[in-house]
Design a protein around this ligand. Structure first.
Ligand code: C2E
Ligand code: CA
Ligand code: CA
Length: 687
């Protein structure tokens, strides 16, 4: 198996991608076939050498030595991280073939390839394939020489020149066809794409290298010691082609893990996806699985980016071991990996394969011989049911994955009700941006929901909840707004708009004699840097609002992976006196850890616990435990989603005093809140 993985490093230039060829059996057949053909043809050809080795023996050995050194650091100076698209040694081997026959040319070429491969640490199969494709190209050129009336030791007239040109062309055609077929069998994608990939630069290099050969041939017979001078132009050509290879390499392969990157996956997916959607699509279905490592941010923050990188490499290697002729593994970006699977029978088959991916994360990943437990969220989209192109499948697998992050089950299959039509989403995002940019925006506003001390009935604060009054769609729910905006810069605008409006409202209420404490929801991304909190401080000063009147709420599940990143923001927030609440407490994974690490002032028990408190003893036990925990840690505990009197009474009995919920009031516009407060005050002051 291990050998097979290395084979993937094949035709292209990588040395250790750890990925098996897409069409493994055919690829190996091609490699072995090409190699055998070279061996056999060399035997046949060698008997017809135009010159014997005794002719110009010094020249022969100079060419052999230069051929072998041409692609090693001795001549290239740099370590050959990437092999050039065309090896420089072909100039020498082509010359040797011309003068002394294909047999010697082939042996020299094979030796040069082996030496270059050792320096570039290429695997067995890529090296064998190189011997095959360079050898067959040379064989073809050599047949052309013979066909055109060679052997003649030196090119000496126009006919010879044409012969050299035609043979070079034949060399290139065979080389290109073999390379393209190898790339296609190895990396997937279409044959046509493999045929044109790299072709221009390869053609340029091959022409430059092969057409230098006639000069060499002349020098062999005139002045052998001038031959090394030819190294300078060869060096230039080889640098150019090596540089190009590296660029290509970078464009298609993830530098850290050596796995195919998004572009490579997308190209390789074309054919499998076409197969399951094309006419007579009888070859089953395909699926794209996207996996996101949940606490990568935390690993980076706590153990350093080096360790994080090594963890990704280790995970990449494990995932890479799943690759086979129907499975391709790649890294999309950061902590996101993708597994493309095809030729699957049905959804059960997809899930079976997904279970293999899942099993990769079962045990801890050893990093620097330390076991690291990683949690993943995985989303799957199926072709053709959910999309027929890589981009659409990726987007939908992401949607499913985002959902998995919020559920106990780490693997979620996409369903259409998880997303809105994407065009719609974009228009909505545009509308949102426009609404936020409008001076004196009236569409995006806070609604206010009171928080009440259940024992005394006193209002202890309000939570500002975003409402968007869309001109044609009506009220858009905040969850919908956040989902649309979450990964765009609009999210930051929303937060700033909310902060600005909340502070302006608090200032207005204060001049009417009403002082309230307000909570605001922020996205965890808002706190990755301290900018937002710094800006909040300047706005508080601008409105002359006491920082203790403001609290930021962060959802626990969002915090999961980024605790350390937001720590600085929370510390700053607390330093100037504002509060921080952990929202939806109990829905994330590492709650107790958060309580210990973060400088919080409040925990909000998620309404899934509150709602079931009177029917579900475990929920009640959790609520009771959280209340005690809050007391011990000196944190305010607020129960969310109190909808009825029974829940209220139960909470009070369990020691929870503060609540928020429809039982008291739902979120409402500012004016309604004032009326509600006034009515309530009138009721409680009545004798
Ligand atoms: P949340 O922070 O957990 O807010 C509480 C949600 O519970 C609100 O939903 C509120 O209307 C609802 N709610 C209040 N009392 C009850 C009740 O008794 N029963 C039930 N079933 N629900 C109740 P809403 O306003 O739809 O907000 C949904 C979520 O959207 C919020 O959940 C919060 O995570 C997010 N959100 C709202 N405004 C903002 C904002 O300005 N910025 C950010 N980043 N997120 C916001
Ligand atoms: Ca909240
Ligand atoms: Ca909440």
């Amino acid at each position: 198996m291990a050998m097979m993985y290395r084979a993937r490093a094949s035709v292209g230039n990588v040395t250790s991608s750890g990925v098996a060829p897409v069409r493994g059996r055919w690829y190996f057949a091609l490699v072995i076939g090409a190699f055998l053909l070279v061996a056999v043809s060399a035997l046949v050809e060698s008997s017809r050498s135009p010159a014997t080795l005794h002719d110009a023996a010094a020249g022969f050995w100079v060419l052999v030595v230069l051929a072998i050194l041409a692609d090693t650091p001795v001549v290239t100076i740099q370590r050959p991280r990437a092999m050039p698209t065309v090896l420089t040694s072909i100039t020498f081997c082509y010359s040797i073939s011309y003068i002394w026959g294909y047999g010697s040319g082939r042996v020299t070429q094979a030796a040069a390839i082996v030496v270059a491969s050792i320096f570039a640490r290429r695997g067995f199969w890529p090296t064998l394939f190189d011997i095959g494709r360079y050898g067959l190209a040379l064989a073809t050129a050599s047949w052309v020489f013979t066909l055109l009336g060679r052997p003649r030791p030196t090119p000496s007239d126009a006919a010879d020149l044409i012969g050299v040109l035609v043979a070079a062309l034949a060399w290139y055609v065979v080389f290109r066809l073999l390379t393209a077929t190898g790339t296609w069998l190895c990396d997937g994608g279409t044959w046509a794409r493999a045929l044109i990939r790299d072709a221009p630069v390869e053609a340029l290099s091959a022409t430059a290298l092969l057409l230098l050969a006639p000069m060499l041939v002349l020098l062999v017979y005139t002045d052998v010691w001038l031959i090394p001078l030819i190294l300078a132009p060869l060096f230039a050509v080889s640098r150019m082609s090596r540089y190009y290879s590296e660029q290509q390499e970078r464009a298609l392969r993830d530098q850290l893990t050596g796995l195919p990157n998004r572009l490579a996956l997308s190209e390789a997916s074309e054919e499998p996806l076409r197969r399951c959607t094309g006419p007579g699509a009888g070859s089953g279905i395909a699926a794209l699985l996207v996996a996101d490592i949940a606490q990568m941010g935390r690993i980076n923050d706590a153990l350093g980016h080096d360790v994080g990188d090594r963890a990704l490499v280790a995970i990449g290697r494990r995932l890479g071991s799943l690759a086979d002729s129907r499975t391709l593994v790649g890294r999309l970006q950061g902590d996101e990996f993708a597994v493309l699977m095809w030729d699957l029978a049905d959804l059960d088959d997809v899930l079976d394969h997904a279970a293999r991916v899942r099993a990769v994360f079962d045990g801890p990943v050893p990093v620097d011989s330390q076991p690291l437990t990683v949690h993943v969220a995985m989303g799957i989209a199926v072709c053709p049911a959910h999309g027929t192109t890589f981009d659409v499948l990726a987007r939908r697998a992401y949607t499913a994955m985002e959902r998995a992050k919020r559920l106990p089950d780490p693997l979620v299959v996409f369903r259409f009700d998880q997303e809105m039509p994407s065009a719609d989403q974009l228009t909505l995002l545009d509308d949102l941006r426009r609404a936020l940019d409008e001076p004196g925006n009236h569409e995006v506003v806070p609604f206010w929901q009171p928080q009440v001390d259940m024992a005394t009935g006193q209002v202890i604060g309000v939570e500002a909840l975003l409402r968007w009054r869309h001109p044609t769609r009506g009220l858009v729910s905040p969850e919908h707004v956040i989902r649309v905006a979450e990964h765009s810069p609009v999210m930051r605008k929303i937060t700033m708009t909310m902060i600005e409006q909340v502070l302006a409202q608090l200032a207005a209420w204060r001049s009417d004699g009403l002082v309230l404490r307000a909570s605001l929801n922020v996205s965890v991304r808002d706190l990755y840097s301290t900018d937002l909190v710094e800006w909040l401080e300047t706005r508080l000063r601008h409105y002359a609002i006491a920082p203790s009147q403001i609290q930021l709420e962060l959802t626990e599940s969002a915090l999961m992976s980024q605790t350390v990143a937001v720590l600085a923001s929370l510390r700053l927030l607390r330093r100037f006196g504002a509060g921080a609440a952990l929202d939806d407490f109990g829905t994330g994974f590492s709650s107790l850890q958060h309580l210990r690490q973060l400088p919080l002032t409040e925990i909000k028990i998620d309404r899934t616990f509150t709602a079931r408190i009177s029917v579900d003893p475990p929920s009640e036990a959790i609520v009771r435990a959280v209340v005690n925990l809050g007391r011990e840690l000196g944190l305010r505990v607020v129960a969310e989603g109190v909808e009825d009197d029974e829940t209220r009474a139960r909470l009070l009995a369990d020691g929870c005093r503060l609540a928020q919920g429809w039982y008291y009031a739902g979120p409402m516009p500012a004016d309604d809140l004032v009326r509600w407060l006034t009515a309530r005050a009138a009721r409680t002051s009545r004798p």
